[in-house]
Every structure is written in C-alpha cells, then in structure tokens.
Write a protein that binds this ligand. Structure first.
Ligand code: TXA
Ligand code: MG
Length: 349
C-alpha cells in the first residue's frame, strides 16, 4: 500500500479534508495528538476498526479509544455520563484523559475488543480536533506504533512503523507530552485509574472525593492478577535489547551499573540516565549513553522515554541498564512505562 505522508504543524483545510475523506471511506490515517500519535479509523465501522488491528499486528481483544471533538459525540457513544465523569470532563477535557463508560449500541464490539464498555478521549491537539470534526465521526485510535514497540512521539517514529501499512500519515513533528493519556474507569462506584499519565492520582484527588488506582499497574500480571485495561497486560513499549533497571540510592545505582558494564564487556551496552548523572558514565568506552533530561523536570523525562528506547534499538544495543525513578506524581506513569519496557526486570540495590 502506498502511504501518503503529509507534514503539517497546524491544521490545513485541504489536507485535513483529504484525511477526513479517508476516514469516512473506512481507511486508516495516523495523526498527532498531544500525548502520542494515534492510528485512526472510523470508530463506528467494524471493518475499519479491524484494519487497525492488522496494521498494528495487535491482538483483537485489546480495545481501542474513540476520539471525539465535541461533547455531543460523547452522548451517542455511551449509555450514561455519570456525575463524576462530568466533573472530570469539565476539568480535563480537551486533554490527556481517557474515560471508560458503558457503551451504547452503536459502538461495534470490534472497536471495544468485545467489552461492553468504551474508552473515549477528547484530545486537545488542533490537528486531531480538526480531523475528527471534519470526519464527523468518533475516530478509534490506538497509539500508531507496531504492537509491542514503544509509542510514537514524532513523525519519524510513525513512518518507521507504519509506512506502507496505512493510507496516510500526518506528520505534526515532535509531540509535547510523549506519554499516553491517563485512563480512568468511571463505570464503577469509585473512579479507578487503569493507566497512569500526566493527569496524576494527586491531581484527581484534588477534585474527587475518592479515586483508586488499579493494583495491577506496577506488578507482573499473572493468572490471578490481571490489570483492568487489557492492553496493560502485554510486554509493551519494549526495546529489542534486554533492559534492566536498578532502584536505590543514586551512588549505589551508579556503582552497580558500572559493575554490570564490566561483566558484560563484549556486548553492545546502553545506559539510560539523567543529566545530573551523565558524568558517572562519561568515560566508559563503547557504551551508548542517553539522558532522559534533568531529574528536576519529570515532564521532560516522561516525554523522552519512548524516543530513548527507539534510539537504543536503532543503535543495535543488546543490553540496557537504567536508573529507576521515584513513583510520586508523574513518576508513577514514568515507572509504569519503564517497568513494562523492562519486562518487570527491576533490581533493588
Ligand atoms: O494518549 C492516548 O491514549 C493515545 C492517543 C492516540 O490518544 N492512545 C492510546 O491508545 O494510547 P492505545 O490503544 O495504545 O491504548 C489504549 C489502552 C489499552 O491499554 C486498552 O486496553 C485500554 O486503553 N482500553 C481501551 N478501551 C478500554 C475499555 N473499554 N476498558 C478498559 N481498558 C480499555
Ligand atoms: Mg499503545
């Protein structure tokens, strides 16, 4: 398949119209959102939704998020909008928050992976909004990466994974947040975070009486213990290399990584660190060193994770050593993604 690639920083009417036509005709368009790139199709068209699964190589029991551009669209997709959802919507939409509702009958089960609930997000990115508005229909969109690979945070990542597999890619440059939306289930008694993101538990506690976090988010799933968002159970965001993280006091972590480097001489090694600790590792030969940013700027660190994992892949690194982060605030989302990327391989030192 020939993929049309369009570079655009702001919505351009003619090109958006072209992209919206593809969506209306059941095709696939990758587009930027403020969190990560999405791979979009008409969310109410079962065949179009199935095309997403095959383009990504994604298991079809893993449901998709439907993206909307106004609140009328929400009414059509869901059975009801609970009171707490209204509060959250007022505070955080448009933005990096996905809510899980009971689905209405017009949403095909192919979009929801067979569940009777539906995930909905109202993105803030102007190109995403313009595309949904022009298409006039909710756009089902997972992250625009091949299944199992790190989520795409710039146009190049999408081209790497999706060129030749979909109809169109809208390259909107580097994404500001670079981490997927916070997912909150509002179908139960107490709203529950199913995937952490920029909207943190702490922020939600400020406006809600009660909020829970799915206990499965940092633990390795097993038969008794499955995270509630089906996608959270896969080894995900994974680089090709073996990835081990070390957690503890920073001097100890440094010593441990240095000793691991000595033990693995002969392998191509990568180290994932922060600006403040670059000098620990600077004199090592034949080691690929990537800083995620300053330890004082957790938003920046979050936005660089996926790009760093992809860069290690492109350098053919065989083993990556990384430093674990604190789990406060956005740190929880950072550690959720890194823990999964490392296949739960975290060593306390
Ligand atoms: O920021 C984002 O959310 C990006 C952009 C493109 O909007 N999208 C995204 O989609 O990350 P995806 O498909 O990569 O991740 C969606 C997650 C999966 O873990 C999926 O299992 C979960 O949402 N999910 C979707 N529908 C659900 C439902 N009805 N109940 C529980 N989890 C659901
Ligand atoms: Mg994804």
């Amino acid at each position: 398949m020939l993929t049309t690639i369009i570079r655009m920083d702001e919505p351009e009417d003619e090109r958006i119209e072209e992209a919206a036509e593809i969506i209306k005709n059941g095709g696939l368009v990758a587009f930027p959102t403020e969190t990560v790139y999405g791979l979009g199709a008409n969310g109410l068209n079962a065949d179009a939704a199935m095309k997403i699964y095959s383009a990504k190589g994604r298991p079809s029991d893993n449901p998709l998020i439907i993206h909307i551009s106004n609140l009328d669209m929400l009414e059509d997709l869901v059975k009801e909008v609970p009171k707490v959802a209204k509060k959250l919507i007022e505070e955080f939409w448009p933005g990096p928050m996905t809510l899980i509702f009971k689905k209405s009958d017009i949403v095909p089960s192919q979009t929801t992976g067979g569940l009777d609930t539906v995930a909905v997000r109202f993105p803030k990115h102007p190109i995403a909004q313009a595309l949904i508005e022009k298409a006039g229909v909710g756009i089902a969109a997972p992250s625009a990466n091949l299944s199992g690979r790190p989520s795409p945070t710039c146009g190049f990542h999408v081209i790497e994974d999706m060129n030749g597999r979909i109809d169109m890619i809208i390259d909107g440059g580097k994404i500001e947040m670079g981490l997927e939306s916070t997912i909150i289930d509002v179908t139960g008694e107490v709203p529950t975070i199913l995937r952490p993101g920029f909207i943190t538990q702490e922020m939600l506690e400020d406006i809600l009486d009660e909020v829970k976090t799915d206990g499965g988010l940092l633990k390795k799933p097993d038969k008794d213990f499955r995270p509630k968002a089906p996608g959270m159970k896969y080894r995900h965001y994974a680089p090709k290399a073996e990835f081990i993280m070390f957690r503890g006091e920073s001097k100890k972590v440094e010593e441990r990584i240095l000793s691991e480097v000595q033990k693995n001489l002969g392998k191509k090694i990568g180290i994932m660190t922060v600006d403040e600790h670059m000098n620990y590792f600077e004199n090592l030969e034949d080691v690929e060193l990537i800083s995620l940013g300053s330890i004082s700027d957790e938003k920046k660190i979050a936005s660089n994770i996926f790009d760093a994992l992809r860069r290690f892949d492109s350098m053919d690194v065989e083993i990556i050593f990384g430093e674990a982060f604190s789990q406060e605030n956005i740190g929880f989302a950072i550690m959720n993604r890194l823990t999964k990327a490392a296949g739960y391989n975290i060593i306390d030192v």
